[in-house]
Each structure stands twice: as C-alpha cells, then as structure tokens.
Write a protein that binds this ligand. Structure first.
Ligand code: GLA
Ligand code: ZN
Length: 673
C-alpha cells in the first residue's frame, strides 16, 4: 500500500543510538549486543549539532563518518537525524537572538534542548546548512532509510523576532487591518488596531492571564496557529535541504501524540511518513494508547506510519517511572504494529551515564551485557519480527467509523471563558473513542477538513468551532445516508471564535433538528440524570436546554427546572440520521449509545469482544491480519474465526479451534483473501 515511501522488507527494529557519548573502543561490543538482539535499524545523530559544528566556520564530520561506517559494516539501516534539536553553546553566546523568550517575557539562556526561536533567521540559516551538509555527505549511503529532522519539535517563543513575524503572518492571513479588526472582534474592550506595529504577541504581559487563559480568544488562537506554522516552517526548510541531495529518502520528524501546541494534522501534510513517540503514563488505559496511535496515523491520511520511540522498560521523566512488566514491551510493540506501524523503534539502544536520561530504559543497561530481563525480551521480540519477515508491512487499516479530533477546535474549546473549566476536549473525544475501542470497532481519527464520504458513522464531540465548509460536508454526508453524532458545545463559533448568531448549534442546526436555547454548567460533584431504553445515566458538566425542530427525543432530563426536556435527540435528515447528545455522561452511556449506533449501521468489530483483549485488523492485498492483544492479567480463551496462520509461532489453526491466549500475550492471525 505504501511501500513506495517506506521501502522496508520487514518491520524495522532498533532505535536511538548515541555512540558519540562513549569511547570508540566500546562501539564494537555495542554492535555485538545489538545484533544479538536482532536490531537492524539505528537512529543516529539526534543531538550532535555541537559536535558537528564546533564554531561558526568549522564543521567536523570525522566522528559521524566513523559511526556511519560502523553502522554500514554491521548491516544496520540508518534513520539519520539532522541533529538540530539543540543548538550549540557558542551559537547562543554569539547570537542571543536564537534563544527563546518565555510567555512571561523572559529570554532564556543556553540550556536544555528544543531551545531555538523558530523565527530566528540565524537558527534557520545554520540548521538548514547543517541538514544540507549532512545530506550531501551521506547521500551515497544506501543504508539510510529515512531522515529524522530535528527531534520532537515543540514549545513556544514570545520574542521580538516572533512578534515581527507574527505581524507578517497576520498580514498574509487578513490582508487589511479592517479585516483583522473584524475577525478579532476588537470593538470589544477598545482593542481596535490602527497600525500593524501596535499588534503584540498574546503573552502574560498582554492578553494571557495564565497559560491557557486569555482575554482575547481570537488573538490567542492566531498565535497558536502562527507558532505551529513557524515551527513547521523550520521543519520544511530542513526538508527541502535534505531533498536537494536525497530526493528518494523519505523524511519525517517524531511527533508526540496529542501534543496541543502543534497542529499535527497540518504537519502531517508535509511529512513523507508519520512517526511518533509513545510514552504512556502509568495511568493511561489501553484505549488511550490506542487512541494516540490512531490519532497519529490519522494525521498522515494514509501515509506510512511508524513508531519512532518507546522505552524498552522504564521512563525517567515521570514522577513514578514504573517498569514495563514482563511481556508488556512486546505487547505494546505489537499494539503499535496493529494500529498501523511498520517499525518498532526504541529510545534508546544504550543507557547514557550522565545527565537527566541516564535512568531511562535502554536495550543495553549500565551492566553492559546481555544477561538482563530487558535485553532478553528485546532480543526475543527481535527474533520474532525477523521470522514475521515481510508480512504485515504496507498493509492498511480500514474503518467505517470516524471520530473528529481537530487541533484548532481543541485550542478554541479550552481558551473559552465559560461555560465550564471542566470541559476538556481530549477527555470528551476519548470517552467516545474508548467506548468504540472496547468493542473492537476500528476508528479513523480525522480533522474537520477531511472527507467523510467513506464512513458510515462520524462522531464529532464538542464541535465548537465550525470551520468554513465543515457543516456542508456533514450535511452532504448525512443526506447521503451517513450517521452523524455531535454533542453539547457544538456549532457555536467560526474559525475566529466569533459566535454564529441565530441560535446554537449554529450552522449544524438544520442537520440536527434542534435549537439549544441555554446551557447549564454543573459544578463539580453535581449531576442531572436521564433515562434511555430503561437505563439511567448521569448528565454532567454541561446540560443543554434543547428545543426540537424536527428531531425526536430519545431521552429527557430527570431533574431541575428543565426536567422533562430533551437531552438526547435523533433527527432524520435526507437518507441519514443526526444525533445530538446535549450533555456529558459516563462510560456506560457511551458504551450503550455507540453499541446501538454500530448495530444499526451494521458496523462490525474487528474480532470477538472479550474483556481486555484488543482485536485490530490490518488489510493487505491478498492477506488480512487479525491482531489479538491480551492486555489483561488472566489468560483468555479465544475462538479462531477462520483458518489461518499465526505469525509469531508460525502455526496453522483451523476455524473454530479454541486456544488460550496468555496474560499479556499476542497472536497475529493471517487470513488469505
Ligand atoms: C523523547 C525524545 C528522546 C528522549 C525520550 C525520553 O521522546 O525524543 O530524545 O528524550 O523522550 O523518553
Ligand atoms: Zn522567537
């Protein structure tokens, strides 16, 4: 399906390796160990800017030359980083403008990483030059399988450079000050701008009260767009630089899941393939991990998808860095593959001995040998992936259900002053995702701009910001027979956070057949209730007061002055149906409601629904793969749905055979099509 970009013949296995932190004499032993663990891919050069460019005029590639030779001599494929994730100290001293300024207005000193101002022309010039030199120098290495630009781009800058660039960005977006004043509703609180130079960045010295609280939503939204675009421009400049010499090597940068500051859906358009770093916290549920895989996969809209980093055992930056229990590293690696990844890569190959990541998990521990649990587990997985060989690679995922998750909408929902601070976008989307995921329903996570026509069911929780065209796409989708669901706090504003007047939910009103007159924000620990198909569910956070305009009531509030009024409605529209969920509820409601929708639409699960066993399918041209992942602590009895080959053991099974899937166990069933 996507072999043109990601030309691998097996699932790549390996990850970040930093030999520059170690004496050369140790490298051969590292190679012995890594090969023993069946590792075939190394991500090199991630933080090497200072080593490669010791001063403005000097570049020194001697060590990297040796490392590249070492990798080649040991048959390792290389994911080559441009190394621009942290600028050198001399650069910060000589050109302080490359340092970022915080939201408080404080210019940072040298230190940390991901520390360059994205709008500094000095940073852009030097980073592009380095990327170009690397591409020129290593273009002949046919074991370079990908470019890894910078590392985990992120953060924000509020410096004067950025302020100037912001004004330019705004001129491009709005053309005239009149248009900007209109979009920003500057007639409120006397904010009218008469000159572009009067515009300042919205930080804690101007519009912001605390992070994520602003007095001017439209300005803060534009700043977020601008900051995401500025950083994306840095990526794109390096992208162009490496493409000059190596047009056929695919380029990526490692994304970070639901990372709020960067609009990854826009970023996804500029990456040749999507890669991301999976670091769940101890509290994250299986569904949450799956959500992030699907979210990341979705940003590529069908591009190849790769797990760039995960820890082989523990992390170092959480308050409590629990070990991955035996089997969990393998299980989560296959979970990534099940959700579309064509690689299993780690941070990191070898534990460093100094600074803040020395206690981060690695394939080679401080003990320095292969006799550790982590090493054994990695080596065993490596062996299995070798055995699986060219299977799975390039196969896709097909879903009939789409869930909307849109970054700009996320920013807008959470910048909103009122109605409730407890209205968290990701949390609300996750309720629906979790319900579907627990029933093994395949889900694509899409943005507001995406095409809906391939789906049977589209769910858009808190579709607060309706960007131009989205209502029309939804209208067409439902008219043609699709099922659409949205919730409270939807259809309120346009892309500049200006309210669409005439009644909520604005442009979605005719599709849903409801008018929302008011919305009650319930304080914490307060709730209302409703009954649907004889089941009682809580109504929390927001309770919309709804008038029917063609829709039918499926459930009513049970309490308060709006008792007896609709909370859940269904509207027939064209050949399809549109549902409005006027409140936030609990797990049982989301489970029952989505189950009902899937049943009505004949959307079938990827596999048998057993407690804590995740079933996911990938589809190739002549094969289909069913991943069965037992996240639970007890073995589960599985019924083999049809004759197949199980790939991890290379064993054939007959239809209807019953097998036991051990706790944390994985089976990958291959069916012929
Ligand atoms: C990120 C970075 C790595 C490393 C790991 C630690 O994913 O990309 O360089 O810092 O976190 O978990
Ligand atoms: Zn800046």
């Amino acid at each position: 399906m996507w072999e043109k970009v990601w030309k691998q013949d097996k699932i790549a296995f390996g990850g970040d390796y930093n030999p520059e932190q170690w004496p050369e004499e140790t490298w051969e032993e590292d190679m012995r160990l890594l090969k023993l663990a069946h590792i075939d891919t190394l991500t090199l050069n991630v933080f090497s800017w200072a080593a490669l460019q010791p001063s403005e005029e000097t570049y020194c590639f001697d060590k990297l030359d040796k490392i590249m030779e070492l990798a080649r001599a040991n048959n390792m494929k290389v994911c080559l980083a441009t190394g621009t994730g942290a600028h050198p100290a001399w650069m910060a001293r000589k050109y302080p403008e490359i340092l970022r300024t915080s939201e408080q207005g404080i210019r940072r000193k040298f230190g940390g990483r991901h520390n360059s101002c994205p709008n500094s022309s000095v940073y852009r010039k030097f980073s592009v030059k380095l990327a170009e030199k690397l591409a020129e120098r290593y273009q002949k290495y046919d074991n370079v399988i990908a470019w890894h630009i910078s590392n985990e781009y992120g953060g924000e800058c509020y410096c004067e450079n950025c302020e100037k660039a912001f004004r330019q960005w705004l001129k491009k977006r709005y053309g005239t000050l009149e248009e900007l004043n209109r979009a920003w509703t500057t007639s409120f609180w006397g904010h009218t701008f008469y000159d572009w130079e009067e515009i300042v960045l919205p930080d804690l010295r101007s519009e912001h009260m605390e992070s994520d609280r602003t007095m001017a939503q439209a300005i803060s939204l534009d700043y977020r767009r601008f900051n995401s675009d500025s950083i994306l421009d840095c990526f794109r400049l390096e992208y162009e630089a490496v493409k000059k010499y190596t047009p056929d090597i695919p380029v990526t940068t490692n994304l970070m899941g639901a990372y709020k500051p960067l609009d990854y859906r826009k970023w996804g358009k500029y990456l040749d393939f999507i890669s991301w770093d999976n670091y769940p916290s101890n509290e994250d549920s299986v569904s949450q991990i799956a959500f992030h895989h699907d979210l990341m996969r979705g940003t590529g809209g069908g591009k190849p998808f790769v797990l760039m980093e995960q820890t082989p055992s523990q992390q170092n930056w959480q308050p409590f860095n629990a070990l991955k229990r035996p089997g969990v590293m393998r299980l989560w690696s296959y979970q990534a593959v099940a959700h579309g990844s064509d690689a299993v890569l780690f941070f990191q190959m070898k534990r460093s001995i100094g600074s803040c990541e020395k206690y981060h998990g690695a394939v080679i521990s401080h003990a320095g040998h292969e006799h550790t649990r982590v090493f054994r587990e990695v080596a065993e997985l490596g062996r299995e992936l070798e055995q699986i060989g060219s299977e799975i690679i390039g196969s896709g995922i097909s879903a009939q259900t789409a869930l909307m998750f849109d970054w700009e909408n996320w920013w807008a929902v959470e910048y909103s002053a009122g109605p409730s601070v407890n209205l968290k976008y990701k949390e609300q989307v996750l309720h629906y995702y979790t319900a579907l995921h627990r029933q093994n329903i395949p889900v694509d996570i899409i943005g507001e701009e995406d095409d809906l026509s391939g789906y049977k069911l589209v769910i858009a929780p808190l579709l607060y910001m309706t960007k131009p065209g989205v209502d029309e796409r939804i209208r067409e989708f439902v008219k043609a027979g699709g099922t659409f669901v949205t919730t409270c706090f939807s259809g309120y504003v346009d892309e500049s956070d200006r309210v669409i007047t005439g009644g909520y939910p604005g442009r979605l009103r005719d599709i849903l057949g409801v008018w929302v007159e008011e919305s009650d924000a319930l304080p914490e620990h307060k709730s209302n209730r409703f009954i649907c198909e004889n089941q009682e569910y809580p109504a929390e956070i927001l309770c919309d007061i709804i008038h029917l305009e063609g829709a039918e009531t499926l459930a009513e509030y049970q309490e308060d002055f709006y008792a007896g009024t609709p909370v859940l409605t269904e509207n027939s529209f064209g050949k399809g149906k549109a549902y409005y969920v006027g409140t936030c509820s609990g797990d049982e409601f989301y489970r029952d409601f989505t189950r009902r929708l899937c049943r009505e639409q004949q959307i079938v699960p990827a596999g048998e629904v057993l407690e804590e066993v995740e079933a996911v399918r990938r589809r190739g041209e002549q094969t289909e793969y069913l991943f069965l992942l037992n996240h639970g602590d007890r073995e589960q009895e599985i019924s083999i749905p049809e004759q197949c080959l199980e790939l991890t053991q290379g064993k054939e099974y007959r239809q209807g055979e019953r097998v036991f899937l051990p706790a944390k166990g994985v089976m990958i069933l291959r069916f012929r099509r």
